[in-house]
Design a protein around this ligand. Structure first.
Ligand SMILES: Cc1cc2nc3c(=O)[nH]c(=O)nc-3n(C[C@H](O)[C@H](O)[C@H](O)COP(=O)(O)OP(=O)(O)OC[C@H]3O[C@@H](n4cnc5c(N)ncnc54)[C@H](O)[C@@H]3O)c2cc1C
Length: 397
């Protein structure tokens, strides 16, 4: 695409690949550099909520999402003893309708779907970026394998240990949330009692919560069990966990919780860490997105969703942009996204505290959850492309 901006994305995870799709859909020249030699993802589920699904549909992924996903039509909340917590009056339920669903997907299926939707040659594997050098009219990227590239704009989509973040003078520090999660995948045939479970189920107890949801069109269930910890667990998604220790954490809980734990063949430990919002994301030609920009605790399932919103926002802002406009557009990107993602980070933090808080009875917890859901509605209803297009129009661009 001669004459158009050359955009390099560092990192081919969920954020980087969706950004590439959104940029290409608007005719932009984009290359992704991913450190892994082969594309791989951990065996886990990820919830993609309506705010992100609507964007993915616009680049033609609706049919594929239906093929790999299990639609989310709401969430069933229970106390640790199994009593229903009725939040049906909560406005957040409006965000999940039959025509506007979210999907629970296997991370590997989703990553493959994104990769396959990009033309051959868009993603270069085996390229770990180690340095960026920003010059007046370009950025030079250096890779651990000795190769180099140049671009007019660099987008850092390289996750929680972002090199791009470091290269623009930032460093976000992980802070333990005082909890960790056990996680695991269970083939549906091992959970016969859950054959009717179409939506996520979340059991809430004092200090602990337990999430179970169907994914991959109901072939698998994803379990995430949050428990307190006073030790700094590794910030890993896949350190091996102890099934007996997991069972002990949920002794006396609702029978389906205990049956789910018994059905696991293995479990993994996931250290849950929070990070403060960054003071800025961009220089004149380099910016951040996804977990490199705004990592968040997982309690509202928006880490992937917000990274998808980032990519679509960048695509609107960089379409038709000349090399001289790049700095202004990246400023606008930061203006549109930093405040919103900081609010989502705060909401996720508050949700975790509420889930684990002590409440005397289910109706009291329901009241608190309804209040929280009313606050959270803006997360699911947002249209990132429209917000970016409106901002450009307001500026007369
Ligand atoms: C177990 C688990 C469950 C989750 N569940 C949910 C959920 O239900 N809903 C939700 O919205 N979010 C969820 N999240 C969070 C979500 O997965 C992340 O927020 C999202 O993946 C962010 O995507 P990303 O592309 O920014 O980062 P990543 O997915 O971390 O991708 C970064 C990519 O950059 C590559 N990379 C890193 N450094 C370099 C380098 N120097 N050079 C080149 N490449 C590099 C990495 O190899 C990787 O491929 C979950 C996370 C985990 C771990």
């Amino acid at each position: 695409m001669p004459g158009s901006l050359r955009i390099a994305i560092v990192g081919g995870g969920i954020g980087g690949l969706t950004a590439a799709l959104a940029l290409r859909a608007r005719g932009l020249d984009v290359s992704v550099f991913e450190q892994a030699e082969v594309l791989r993802e951990i065996g886990a589920g990820v919830s993609i909520h309506p705010n992100a699904i609507r964007l993915l549909k616009r680049v033609g992924l609706e049919d594929q999402l239906q093929k790999i996903g299990s639609p989310i039509g709401g969430i069933a909340l229970r106390t640790s003893h199994g009593e229903p917590i009725d939040t049906s009056a909560g406005p957040a339920t409006l965000a999940f309708t039959r025509n506007d669903p979210g999907y629970n997907v296997h991370r590997a299926d989703f990553l493959n779907l994104l990769f396959d939707a990009l033309p051959n040659g868009t993603v270069t594997l085996g390229h770990r970026c180690i340095q960026l050098k920003e010059e007046a009219n370009r950025v030079r990227l250096s890779f651990a394998n000795g190769s180099a590239a140049e671009a007019d704009v660099v987008i850092g989509a390289d996750g929680i240990r972002s090199v791009v973040q470091r290269e623009i003078g930032l460093r976000s520090r992980p802070m333990s949330e005082g909890i960790m999660a056990y996680r695991g995948l269970i083939p549906a045939e091992r959970l016969p009692w859950a054959s009717d479970l179409k939506n996520p189920a979340l059991w809430l107890g004092s200090g602990r919560s337990f999430l179970l949801y169907p994914m991959a069109q109901g072939r698998l269930f994803n379990m995430v069990a949050f428990v307190p910890t006073d030790t700094d667990s590794e910030e890993s998604w896949s350190a091996p966990g102890d099934l007996k220790a997991l069972a002990a954490e949920y002794a006396g809980w609702d029978q389906p919780v205990q049956d789910t734990i018994k059905s696991l063949e293995e479990t993994f430990r996931w250290g849950i860490y929070d990070r403060a919002s960054l003071p800025y994301w961009s220089t004149s030609r380099i910016t951040l997105m996804g977990d490199a920009a705004h990592p968040m605790v997982p309690h509202v399932g928006q880490g992937a969703g917000q990274s998808i919103e980032d990519g679509f926002t960048l695509a609107v802002l960089l379409e038709g942009c000349t090399a001289t406009d790049v700095a202004d557009r990246l400023d606008l990107y930061e203006e549109l996204r930093l405040e919103r993602t900081s609010k989502v980070q705060a909401l996720a933090r508050a949700a975790g505290k509420l889930y684990r808080s002590e409440h005397a009875n289910p109706s009291e917890k329901a009241v608190r959850l309804r209040e929280w859901m009313a606050q959270g509605k803006w997360v699911f209803e947002h249209d990132a492309e429209k917000a970016a297009a409106d901002a450009l129009r307001d500026l007369g661009r």
